[in-house]
Design a protein around this ligand. Sequence first.
Ligand SMILES: Nc1ncnc2c1ncn2[C@@H]1O[C@H](COP(=O)(O)OP(=O)(O)O)[C@@H](O)[C@H]1O
Ligand SMILES: [Mg+2]
Length: 237
Amino acid sequence: MLEKTTQNSQQENFVIQCQNLHRIYNDASGMPISVLQDINLCIKPAEMIAITGASGSGKTTLLQLLGGLDKPTQGEVFIDGANPNKISDNELSKLRNQKLGFVYQFHHLIPEISALENVSMPLFIAGINRSEALDRGKKILQEVGLSTREHHKPAKLSGGERQRVAIARAVINKPLCLLADEPTGNLDHHNAKKIIELIIEFNTAYGMSVLLNTHDETLANKMHKVLSLQSAKLVTT
Ligand SMILES: Nc1ncnc2c1ncn2[C@@H]1O[C@H](COP(=O)(O)OP(=O)(O)O)[C@@H](O)[C@H]1O
Ligand SMILES: [Mg+2]
């Protein structure tokens, strides 16, 4: 089990929490741009939250900070009570592997290996033996309706199928929270609907929290709460 390095009774109740989060980037000429200012957000167990906002409003930046993939300029993030910026790289990798699932707009599957090996990858990384990992991989592929595609490499799958593989990979470890960055942004309406249904099914089945960035109102409105990034601040819509 992963040690919780920073925690108190309040943080215990949240899957992910951030306090007073700021992120400043430097633009091409070295000028600072304040992309996020004083962001405070708590994600409860099994809660589903959508973050909307214009392109360039900081949605991806926020998701990366909350997933421990980037460091805030100021403020703190807690993932299941642990501060990702105060633990070693090794502990952070473990934290992400065990507690979080990530889905991106472009699937980010490994092109050289099959759908089954792609979905089983988080289990390989966690050190689970190969045959057990592949068995669990087969089960999760079945849950996303892709049993017949186990041995297909990503290039032989449709866009919608690739994204279902990406969701299966993200949830195979039964994460506390799924972080999804415009997961339907690259799909037609029919495939987007299937992805939404799957996310909600896994939320119901596993009690997994969901934080997703989207431009898609249909998707946003299926979440319990919709927040919007406007002028670097997070506001309730
Ligand atoms: N690594 C970076 N260096 C400098 N500027 C960045 C970097 N990443 C993002 N930005 C800038 O931060 C702003 C927010 O980007 P992003 O979080 O990707 O927004 P969104 O996901 O809402 O489109 C944009 O103006 C973008 O150009
Ligand atoms: Mg983005």
